[in-house]
Ligand binder design. Sequence first.
Ligand SMILES: C[S@@+](CC[C@H](N)C(=O)[O-])C[C@H]1O[C@@H](n2cnc3c(N)ncnc32)[C@H](O)[C@@H]1O
Length: 233
Amino acid sequence: MALFEPRRSRESEEIVGSDAATRALSVTVVEKDFVARVYENIAWFYDLTFGPALHPGRVDAIQRMAIKPGDRVLEVGVGTGINAPLYPTDCSVTGIDLSSSMLEKARERVARKGVENVRLLQMDAANLKFADDTFDIVYAPYVISVVPDPVAVTREMWRVCRPGGRIVILNHFRSKSRVGARLERMIAPFTLYLGFKSDLDLPAFLVQADLKPVSIEKVNIPRIWSLVTCVKD
Ligand SMILES: C[S@@+](CC[C@H](N)C(=O)[O-])C[C@H]1O[C@@H](n2cnc3c(N)ncnc32)[C@H](O)[C@@H]1O
């Protein structure tokens, strides 16, 4: 089976709800400046807290992408550049991020590891400074629940992806279990200070961003993070 062969995903069988197009994606609301401030503050310990625990998902995601020689990859929210050494050396990667402190860490890492195919730029994911159809793969690892407007960011990701290219989102979404979802909603106002919303609503997000994934796979341990892959037609 081809890695990205379209297939029915379990999530797509879930009841989406009649208000999916309009309901809030999270109980929280954040502003771009707040997010930027949080990441300026946590950059120095980001790799310790969000490094190893989330790394299997990063490795899986890049393996599943099956990046080909010459592919142009955009990583949205490149952070400390933790993914940079994982990309094959024969593709070209552009990593963008809002936070100068996170980018500084990324620059240090890229230099330290001798990564030569990754360029780093400061940019807002909701306002990408690239022409339409620029990239073969547009990848957002652990970013969609961080940004104030996930739908606006996804539209930008879609715009800069070439027809036939892939949009890949790695993220935690609200649990399907009632108890889990309630807990994630309760803690969301606090997780904001660690840089993410714990309660992002996947079915509503997919409807509002007009995404029809070809696959949704669970990654990491526990398997509460999703790798969502879409093809731009
Ligand atoms: C949870 S970190 C993910 C970092 C990295 N992708 C990883 O795998 O660990 C989220 C990153 O998104 C960045 N970010 C938040 N809002 C952004 C925006 N509007 N535009 C670009 N980057 C943004 C943050 O500065 C942070 O570096």
